[in-house]
Design a protein around this ligand. Sequence first.
Ligand SMILES: Nc1ncnc2c1ncn2[C@@H]1O[C@H](COP(=O)(O)OP(=O)(O)OP(=O)(O)O)[C@@H](O)[C@H]1O
Ligand SMILES: [Mg+2]
Length: 491
Amino acid sequence: MTNGQTNLFYTGKGPCTAATLLGSGGEGQVYAVTEYPHLVAKIYHTHKATAELHTKLQWMVAHPPTDPCAALKHISIAWPGDILYSDPRCQQFAGYLMPKISGAKKLAAAYHPPTRKQQMPGFTWQYLLCVARNLASSLQAVHNRGYVIGDLNESNVLLFPSALITIIDTDSFQVVTPTQTFRSCVGKPEYTAPESQLRNFSTFDRTIHDDGFALAVLIFLLLAEGRHPFDGVATTVPDCMDIGERIRANWFKMAHAKVGAGVSPPAKCPPFATLPPGIRDLFLRCFVDGATRPSQRPQASNWMRALDVAMQNLSVCTRNPMHAYSTHHRECSWCRRMILHHMADPFPLPGNYRPSPTTAVGRTALKSQPPLPKKTRTMTTATPIPQRKAVIPVPVSQQPAKAIPAKQSITNALSGLGGAKQHVTPIPQSSGIPVKLAQSCRVINNQCSPAVALPSAKPIAPAEKIPAAPPITPSLFGVALPSAQGLKSRG
Ligand SMILES: Nc1ncnc2c1ncn2[C@@H]1O[C@H](COP(=O)(O)OP(=O)(O)OP(=O)(O)O)[C@@H](O)[C@H]1O
Ligand SMILES: [Mg+2]
């Protein structure tokens, strides 16, 4: 029972029955609502249902942000829709109603490779870019309405196979009304900006630059295989395990922005140079320039633009069409990382997938390319993924990816880091990938493409065919990709 001896609650419009428990947290419990199947009820623990929270929620109900995914009929911000009371006269505040979010996964399912393999088959790096972009667009919508999330972290973002996201736990946002500020009194150290570390959140106002820091951390997690930007291995600086301390000491700068500065990147972290130049630039602005000057941090809209450009500048690997990589690399950065680190494929094909010899991609993959090293091939094909439908990953470039001649050198894209160089272990000849490492990057097309909406989430073209990518709108709106699904498995 959630309301004394009953599970009945009331809005001004009538009763609501809190039925199945869907989830719970430190503030309260979330239930399905019998009368409104598309809504859920968040019922606060009795001592949390204060008059102040009541006033805050009343303001929120009356001043919702514009959801950037409204046109896609998707809820990207689970905003309070109505207040709930435990008595029919609506005197005793108990909680609120909000849209029900079903079929979503936790954000970590996207960036934690083993979980991604299980829960998000077909999720390529393009999807990860798109998740980051959709998160940025929802955050921008929140900021546009004058709110600050404050407690932006991975557990408050839910994820769909189409790369759409939903922000939950919105009642913990910081809300500013003309007469009052309702602070966000919670936060996790790993998403907390240096200037807000070690402070009591209930004693100061958060800013959009606090959210800017947390957004950049989440985007780094998404694009760098779950590695935290301030994680690393101390080489010449004093070691510390506390992530808040690492943020204050700016381990990001030492690990990624300045080679040989006392911290090495964490094991198997994709090299910073793997990221597209525009994305790297924003990380440097956020974590280096913004370390002492919070206003230098990119805003959510800056991330949206850079991520749009990154999504338009991807190539597909000819060995594994699940490998989408930035076009500033001349060869697949995922294959390269697997070989360098002898690691499992982060975006594996299903069990015994083989490209079709009847398509251009398949012909290239089967005939023109040298074989992968034995170890890599074994790992690639070892783990079957439950198949739902025979589809191929989403299109990743407006222009079809060009096959890289086998004799071409591998790009050491660190040249984009102001001359910083990284030691790269030569790739053995037996790998089938040439040893010589070039020092230069191709300049990428930094132009946004014309405005067009992406297709909403649904399976795409038949197996073995990679259609041309629709252009992506550099707008404030959400972008849905076709639901990520596993590739077709063959004989
Ligand atoms: N709109 C929703 N639709 C479906 N389930 C939801 C919704 N909102 C929250 N949940 C579920 O309920 C759980 C608790 O919700 P929420 O995070 O809002 O509670 P909380 O008490 O504020 O938690 P915390 O202590 O982390 O702030 C979530 O983790 C999620 O599983
Ligand atoms: Mg909460």
